[in-house]
Design a protein around this ligand. Structure first.
Ligand code: GLN
Length: 225
């Protein structure tokens, strides 16, 4: 797959979400997973949530955030997502739900936004600090250094996962409560972690048809919500 930013700038529309599950629908369909829909590859996450058996909802307003069981912060540009979250008055509601233990998954820019500490932090860029880790932005290089790599993900089962890295961060350091789920084999760098209800990957599982990471997350949402 060409590692293109084009996949990261498309915005989604509320009609991307399927209608609410009908009464009496199976429990697997009633778990609602939001995708922060301010910028980035929102539509791809909505698709992957559906494939993992949960109900996807784009989140742009506090009322939408209040209604989800878990939230995905997509890949894109973390500085832009933060600015838009401030403009949309979502920063405080997000902080409150994340600190209250809402299951949250960040991919790439989303991983950056979940970090407690950043290297190469842009001025005025803040994070939610849900995971006790230091993340280096653009660690694998710029756009031209985007690549794919087969990685083993703890808990995913099956064959290696084809991971797509686009201007990707890596995790430079983790605190004692953080579980390392994957490292990138060529560099040995940490690229997937979990701490309690928070999951993060430096790569973009939503850009492949392999839904195992979204299944791990939707299972977390079902267990914790
Ligand atoms: N480098 C971007 C950032 O700092 C993340 C890139 C991505 O999400 N693909 O936000």
């Amino acid at each position: 797959m060409p590692a293109s930013d084009a996949a990261l700038v498309g915005s989604s529309h509320p009609s991307d979400a399927p209608p609410a599950a009908a009464d009496g629908a199976a429990r697997t369909c009633t778990t609602t997973v939001g995708v922060l829909a301010l910028q980035g590859d929102v539509a791809e996450h909505l698709r992957a949530i559906t494939a993992a058996g949960a109900r996807p909802v784009p989140v742009r307003r506090a009322a939408e955030l209040a209604a989800v069981d878990g939230l995905i912060i997509p890949g894109g540009e973390s500085t832009t997502i933060w600015k838009l979250a401030a403009i949309f008055d979502l920063v405080e509601p997000l902080r409150e739900r994340i600190s209250a233990g809402m299951p949250v998954f960040g991919s790439c820019a989303g991983m950056i936004m979940l970090a407690r500490r950043l290297v190469e932090r842009a001025s005025e860029q803040e994070t939610f600090g849900a995971i006790d880790m230091t993340v280096r932005r653009n660690a694998f290089g710029r756009q031209a250094d985007s690549f794919e790599s087969d990685i083993e993900i703890h808990g995913a089962g099956g064959p290696p996962f084809r991971a797509v890295f686009i201007r990707a961060p890596w995790v430079e350091e983790v605190g004692p409560g953080v579980e390392i789920l994957a490292t990138e084999p060529r560099t040995g760098r940490i690229v997937a972690v979990r701490q309690g209800p928070a999951l993060a990957t430096a790569f973009h599982p939503e850009l492949t048809q392999d839904n195992r990471v979204h299944t791990i997350f939707t299972d977390m949402v079902r267990e914790l919500s």
